[in-house]
Design a protein around this ligand. Structure first.
Ligand SMILES: Cc1cc2nc3c(=O)[nH]c(=O)nc-3n(C[C@H](O)[C@H](O)[C@H](O)COP(=O)(O)OP(=O)(O)OC[C@H]3O[C@@H](n4cnc5c(N)ncnc54)[C@H](O)[C@@H]3O)c2cc1C
Ligand code: FES
Length: 267
């Protein structure tokens, strides 16, 4: 179902000094996508950046495709500052596994930084099809201006924010805030969904996640091909026959965090 498309930017919004919402007109024939999937953008026709850049789908409606873009280097900088009307080569949707629906159970979503994008897509999709119970978002960023709470709209029942510098909400990271909520009996028992820096997911997998029935996480990695060919994005996964290497781009991006061999994974 995946393919190559040309996406036209129809709206952009600067959300913070580094983060931008980029809305494309949904390309004709662009397939439906599920939470946890991503698109891969060839941002310029020049040789820098040469490789496609992956971005999680933050929303996909009948007419629009939404991406959250944080500027970290040349590719994201060009994309974030592209004008309305610009046409960009979009491949996808990619990702062989997606977040399973909570089937009306309660869910806690933990997002670090731009890991917010797939969490919003998940909550929004499941609210639309009425398969979400209570939905708590635990969301961490470096500082208040990078905390993009305004993006969440009505997607979650409650938003619990953390900043590393303490400028807004809980002082610390999303994992410490999740642990506090669990200790206070305000979270735990339902399904835990997460996306963010690997260190965040690793810390949760060893601690607070034990209080949830399942912990499903969308992993990120620097990607070259994005389609499972170069094997540059592997993660060790425990199976009955031992540990095997799976690609994040095509065997994932969504994994059961309890199946990842965290001790062997050196990102
Ligand atoms: C499945 C997936 C989904 C993603 N979703 C989003 C999203 O929704 N929004 C968003 O802003 N970004 C997202 N990213 C990250 C995004 O792809 C990178 O930030 C982007 O490719 C950087 O390109 P660049 O040319 O700007 O920077 P580069 O010049 O390529 O890199 C700048 C710096 O960022 C580091 N870097 C690049 N990619 C990653 C990565 N994946 N993980 C950790 N460090 C990295 C590089 O090592 C380098 O230090 C996602 C990545 C993956 C794999
Ligand atoms: S990026 Fe090439 S296999 Fe994943």
């Amino acid at each position: 179902m995946k393919g190559l498309f040309t996406g036209r930017i129809i709206r952009t919004q600067r959300l913070s000094p580094l983060s931008h919402l980029i809305v494309f007109e949904r390309p004709r024939g662009f397939p439906d996508a599920a939470p946890g999937q991503f698109v891969s953008l060839r941002i310029t026709s020049t040789i820098t950046p040469l490789l496609r850049r992956p971005f999680s789908i933050m929303d996909l409606t009948g007419t629009e495709l939404h991406l959250l873009v944080k500027v970290v280097g040349k590719g994201s900088d060009i994309l974030a500052h592209s004008p309305c009307g610009a046409e960009i080569d979009i491949a996808g949707p990619f990702g062989g596994t997606v977040f399973p629906s909570p089937e009306k159970k309660d869910a806690v979503f933990v997002a670090g930084g731009t890991g917010l994008a797939p969490m919003i897509f998940a909550a929004r999709t499941w609210k639309r099809d009425r398969s979400l119970g209570r939905a708590d978002l635990v969301y961490g960023a470096g500082c208040e201006e990078e905390l993009l709470v305004s993006l969440c709209g009505e997607d979650f029942t409650a938003v619990h924010s953390a900043t590393i510098d303490g400028s807004c909400g809980f002082e610390g990271d999303a994992v410490a805030l999740l642990e506090k909520l669990v200790e206070e009996g305000k979270a735990g028992g339902g399904i835990l969904y997460s996306c963010g820096p690997t260190g965040m997911v690793r810390a949760m997998a060893g601690r607070a996640a034990a209080r949830f029935s399942r912990h499903l996480t969308s992993l990120e990695s620097v990607m070259a091909c994005g389609v499972g060919a170069c094997r540059g994005c592997t993660v060790p996964v425990k199976t009955d026959g031992g540990t095997v290497l799976r690609t994040i781009c095509s065997d994932g991006t969504v994994f059961d965090a309890s199946e990842i061999d965290w001790e062997r994974w050196e990102e």
